[in-house]
Design a protein. Structure first.
Lengths: 318, 417
């Protein structure tokens, strides 16, 4: 190949060179030209609006954006609400719910996803049928998941009612109507939706592990438990990281699930920060407070993503 | 593919061009009355305008309902392309007017003599800085009881005249094994009921001071505390599954006879009508005990935007037609509300509607027509929602005592001011 190319260049007459260089320059620039619109759109609609939101959070914007900087009143109000625990302020409820939901959602999804993947990896029959069944919930929108689980968990319609009709009348499960437990129903629905997808990620990881290592360990007399604990799970570390990032951002941007499943919960007890943001910006005409809460959400995401990017970019040169 | 796209674009631009050419004879209307009775009621207005040669064009809103519509409207106005008019609630029209986006239809108002026939309390939401910027379409009132007559007869109940009567009635229903009070545990429904409780407990003067003037002393008074205690009493009569229920499902419980009574605005009547029930024989409408003679209202208005000159004639025609007696009667008979002008004959209305019209007129003359705080007619949305927060947290137990509720209410309202 290369000899042919060199000989061609040598054969090219002097006068043809400028034309070829225009074309090659165009070819060089083509990817940039093609990417430019989407790049510009991203710059404006993602980063531009992030800056705009940050700007708005320091103004006195109410119904409409106002451009007069009035200081950090919105942040001071949020900070004050952070410590309003009894009775809980809406902001306090939102951030504690975020903590509970974020932790349980990520943890259970990872654990369940790994467990299912290991089970499916035992070379069982019918894997081709089972895998899509677990994966399918991810194809549903959060609204569908929310409404379906809302009906299923409603004591007057779903599980409790059905079991009562079957004769188990002492059965009682009303978390969705209970201000202290409603956030856990959001976890249940969220886990149901995402764990299959996480399973697929782990399954791909498991398939990528070299069988030789496993065999070597077995010959050395490792039990199955030791095999997974000492060899397989450490080898899956990159999958854990990717799954964690996917789950973390899904958790932080959850909005529709809460609305569809609980419509905010009894006394607003199921709110997440995104619900808080929408409510204050669009319903209460307190755009500055809404923007401030959006900025805090962004900072939370940044706090998670930046260390991840850092570790990824640092490992590349090796 | 490309050809299809080109044809599509050509057609779209053709339509856009045609729309511009017809602008003068067209009313562009943003609203969310798209289903059932409401849409039928609005058809009357469309026909009235068609008679005058104005075409009607709905501005579509994805998703339906008030919230997405308001977000869409914000975008349209910000882009400098407002519709001729938009359905609006509460302080929205005034907010847009303050931002200099609303038109001025004072000339029509003067010609038609609106300031004499539209209740003064209502004009607060249609007149900004001495100029008419919106036209009221209807007046809903929220201090109603809706009672299933069959259940009422079975337990031998009579119209409750005081709050204690109501409690006694609810006790009777409980003893008979019926759910006494149908309530949907969403913050606006709880707060709407609380509006009536406060009016009943403190009387008209107190309601006005606390919920329209936001007087600090009234908000932290013992009367307010008593109101919260009364609300707590009422909440003991709901079924355990009430949290998160939609208002129309609560109404359905009364219609079916599973529950005795619902405290709700008169839009609930639409549900009874849709189920072919007649007032007096199938269901009863009473004022919330202790609030007879006062009306706590909310109202839909059509806000009139500052449109280009060639669209002003159509806007004027829309405004005039909306407040015409014939449309007010025809629309409100269907909607369940009462006309926004006090000189519309009540012949076409049912018994509840007739009472509503008489009550509105009397309340307007006596000065006992008050904006509902829960519905966003007592104070701007920031405050109204802070109020709803406190009420719903009290109902669901995050706020445990009435003392705490009063403290929280004062704090929340101060914070939102």
């Amino acid at each position: 190949m290369s000899t042919v190319a060199t000989s061609q260049i040598k054969l090219t007459p002097e006068h043809a060179r400028p034309r070829a260089s225009v074309r090659s320059r165009l070819q060089d620039a083509l990817p940039k030209i093609v990417l430019a619109p989407s790049f510009a759109i991203t710059i404006i609609f993602v980063y531009g609006f992030i800056l705009w939101t940050i700007y708005l959070s320091f103004t006195n914007s109410k119904t409409f954006p106002s451009y007069v900087i009035t200081g950090s009143r919105a942040y001071r109000r949020l900070w004050g609400w952070t410590f309003d625990t009894d009775p809980p302020s809406s902001w306090y409820t939102s951030i504690t719910n975020m903590g509970i939901f974020g932790f349980l959602y990520i943890f259970i999804c990872l654990a369940l996803g790994l467990f299912l993947a290991i089970l499916l990896d035992q070379k069982i029959r019918g894997e081709g049928v089972l895998r899509p069944i677990y994966l399918y919930p991810m194809a549903l929108s959060f609204i569908v998941t929310g409404v379906a689980w809302k009906w299923f968990l409603d004591p007057g319609l779903g599980l409790e009612q059905t079991l009562h009709q079957w004769g188990w009348t002492s059965f009682h499960f009303d978390w969705i109507k209970n201000k202290d437990f409603v956030i856990y129903t959001v976890v249940i629905a969220g886990v149901w939706q995402a764990s299959g997808f996480i399973m697929a990620m782990f399954l791909a990881g498991l398939r990528g592990i070299d069988g030789e290592i496993m065999k070597a360990a077995q010959i050395d007399g490792a039990t199955t438990f030791q095999l997974y604990r000492r060899i397989v799970i450490p080898l899956l570390r990159p999958i854990f990281l990717s799954a964690f990032i996917v789950l973390a951002h899904l958790a932080i941007k959850s909005y529709d699930l809460v609305v569809a499943l609980t419509s905010g919960g009894p006394g607003g007890s199921a709110w997440l920060p995104s619900n808080f943001m929408y409510e204050y910006t669009f319903k209460r005409n307190e755009m500055a407070v809404g923007s401030a809460s959006a900025v805090i959400m962004l900072m939370t995401i940044v706090a998670i993503i930046v260390p991840y990017l850092y570790s990824e970019l640092r490992e590349k040169p090796r | 593919m490309l050809r299809k796209l080109l044809i599509g674009t050509a057609l779209a631009s053709g339509f856009a061009f045609a729309a511009h050419a017809e602008d003068v004879k067209e009313v562009q209307m943003l609203h969310w009355w798209t289903s059932g009775g409401e849409a039928a009621a609005l058809n009357v207005l469309k026909q009235d305008l068609a008679k005058e040669g104005y075409a009607w064009k709905d501005v579509p809103v994805a998703g339906g309902g008030g919230d997405p519509a308001m977000v869409a409207l914000k975008a349209m106005v910000a882009a400098g392309n407002p519709p001729t008019a938009s359905q609006m609630l509460g302080y929205t029209a005034l907010d847009y007017a303050a931002a200099g986006k609303m038109g001025d239809i004072t000339a029509i108002a003067v010609k038609e003599g609106w300031d004499k026939v539209v209740p003064a309390a209502l004009q607060k939401f249609t007149v900004y800085d001495g100029k008419w910027v919106a036209v009221p379409v209807n007046v809903h009132s929220v201090n109603w009881l809706w009672i299933n007559k069959a259940v009422m007869d079975k337990i031998g109940g009579t119209e409750p005249k005081t709050f204690d009567d109501l409690i006694a009635l609810l006790d009777k229903a409980k003893a008979a094994g019926v759910i006494p009070l149908a309530l949907g545990g969403q913050n606006w429904q709880e707060a709407t009921m609380f509006d009536s409780v406060v009016l009943s407990t403190g009387g008209p003067e107190f309601y006005k001071k606390a919920f329209n003037d936001l007087d600090d002393a009234s908000l932290k008074s013992d009367t307010m505390k008593k109101s919260f205690d009364n609300l707590a009493k009422l909440v003991t009569y709901v079924d355990p599954n009430f949290s998160g229920r939609d208002w129309n499902l609560a109404t359905a419980m009364v219609i079916k006879g599973d529950a005795l009574v619902q405290v709700m605005g008169d839009w609930a009547k639409g549900e009874f009508h849709a189920a072919n029930k007649t007032p007096g024989t199938d269901f009863l409408c009473y004022r919330f005990p202790g609030t007879d003679g006062s009306v706590v209202y909310n109202s839909d208005v059509f806000g009139m935007f500052d449109v280009s000159d060639d669209r002003k004639a159509a806007q004027a025609a829309l405004a005039t037609a909306t407040l015409s007696k014939s449309f007010q009667a025809a629309f409100n008979v269907v909607k369940g509300s009462v006309p926004a002008r006090t000189d519309v004959p009540d012949t076409d209305f049912d018994a509840c509607g007739k009472k509503g019209i008489a009550d509105l007129k009397a309340a307007n003359e006596k000065g006992t027509l008050f904006g509902s705080l829960a519905q966003g007619y007592g104070a701007p949305p920031a405050i109204a929602n802070a109020y709803k927060d406190v009420v719903t947290k009290f109902v669901h137990g995050q706020i445990k005592t009435s003392d705490e509720a009063v403290t929280e209410l004062v704090k929340a309202i101060d914070d939102a001011k």
